[in-house]
Design a protein around this ligand. Sequence first.
Ligand SMILES: Cc1cc2nc3c(=O)[nH]c(=O)nc-3n(C[C@H](O)[C@H](O)[C@H](O)COP(=O)(O)OP(=O)(O)OC[C@H]3O[C@@H](n4cnc5c(N)ncnc54)[C@H](O)[C@@H]3O)c2cc1C
Length: 355
Amino acid sequence: MENSHVLIVGAGPTGLTAAVELARRGIIPVVIEKRKSASHLSRAVGILPRSMKLLGPSGAATAIRTEAITFRRAIFHTQSKQFANLPLDTHKDDNNRLYGMPQNRTEAHLRNAFKALGGKINYGAELLSLFQSDTGISASILGKAFRFDTVIGADGSDSVVREAMHIPFHGYELPEIWSIADVDAWGWKAPSAFQAYMLDKGGVVVVVPLAKNRYRVISNRPYALAALPVPSNITKLHRAANFAISVRQAETYQRGRVFLAGDAAHCHSPVGGRGMNLGIADAADLAERIATGTTDGYHSARHPVGRTTIKQSERARRIITSTHPVTRTLLRNFLRLVQHSPLLQRRFLKKVLDL
Ligand SMILES: Cc1cc2nc3c(=O)[nH]c(=O)nc-3n(C[C@H](O)[C@H](O)[C@H](O)COP(=O)(O)OP(=O)(O)OC[C@H]3O[C@@H](n4cnc5c(N)ncnc54)[C@H](O)[C@@H]3O)c2cc1C
């Protein structure tokens, strides 16, 4: 393993962003990843303007932009009947678009940027334990002990780093099972639109374009494809899975010289598409602080942003999955109003794009 005073645990989007942003400032960290090779999972899709700005200086944003699709519209339905159709690409500045691509491709561009800066990812290297004392941090990796001055826990929601530092992860589990399916399909109506279908009893199914003729179907019911209320010409099923959702935030993002970022620090439902973007922002902020010796402000800068994002995502999830007829009618009426008001459309876009 190469010699560095900074260890990053986890090569997901958060760990890779921290690696790129440190390397860009002349600090090449040790990056360890317990997987044997890069992940092929497509999890997060939406890449917000703020993330693209943060990934600009390393060149990763340009690479992402050449491959990603642009979300053009958001279309809402009750069952199969459309009730609102809103533009997502009307902002004057081209940079303020919502880009989409499978998470494994975003990670590939971050890996390329890190490699171009002289970095390397150590695959098959799992952090087993971590011990911090006055003289530094000892990490047990591949059965050997290594010493570091600074550790970034970007090791996801089951973070070993968080556990080793005894940092509570407060929150709750959602009772319902959610599901996704990634499919190839042809002839899909409005192929560059995000489409939401409100079902009865608080059910919702969302179709998100991933690439040309490739879509993500996601639902708060098991078996997303079965819940879809419109016909779909599916030619290939890439992946289907049911999953449970935790809504949690670490009590602190910092213990001495050990820091948490991304899902290790916070997790919530996919509503709003904020998870990966929040991790990228944590990582960019932390890397700058490590390089400039201002890490003591990290927790107070990032914890409130995480708390607000979780609150907003939960509020949106409660509204779109509400079983209350009044809430559902109000939501429908509000989106119809937005459709007919340029002023409300600008405000809606600002909220969706987190501008
Ligand atoms: C179905 C689904 C849809 C989603 N959609 C969106 C979306 O549209 N937009 C959005 O912004 N977010 C979305 N998210 C959330 C997003 O995927 C996560 O927020 C994001 O992956 C978090 O990145 P991360 O790098 O913090 O953690 P992870 O991606 O979980 O990466 C952590 C890495 O650490 C490694 N690791 C773990 N333990 C160790 C160890 N002990 N030693 C070494 N390595 C270790 C893991 O193998 C993993 O590679 C979605 C999530 C899901 C499940």
